[in-house]
Design a protein. Structure first.
Length: 87
């Protein structure tokens, strides 16, 4: 049995890494991209899609009961044992 909040913590770590890499991507795009409206528009579009996706998942996660547990192999432990049948 694995508590659901372990998955939430893993998601938070991945979101931190995503935010860090996104910040580096935006900085590189603005600094070394061609100076023009297209650079700023694509940067804004990238940020807007990321914000919508993260806020959408956050709204969903607010409705989850994180005290529940998950049984990944739900009763399959006995069937994993090799039990040959006689011919």
């Amino acid at each position: 049995m694995i508590p659901l909040y372990y998955f939430l913590a893993t998601w938070a770590v991945f979101m931190f890494l995503f935010a860090l890499m996104s910040l580096l991507t935006i900085l590189q795009l603005v600094r070394f991209g061609l100076a023009g409206m297209g650079t700023y528009a694509s940067s804004f579009l990238f940020i807007a899609v990321c914000v919508v996706a993260i806020l959408g998942s956050t709204v969903y996660f607010a409705s989850v009961d994180w005290t529940q547990s998950v049984n990944l192999f739900g009763g399959l432990s006995n069937s994993l044992i090799f039990n040959p049948t006689p011919l």
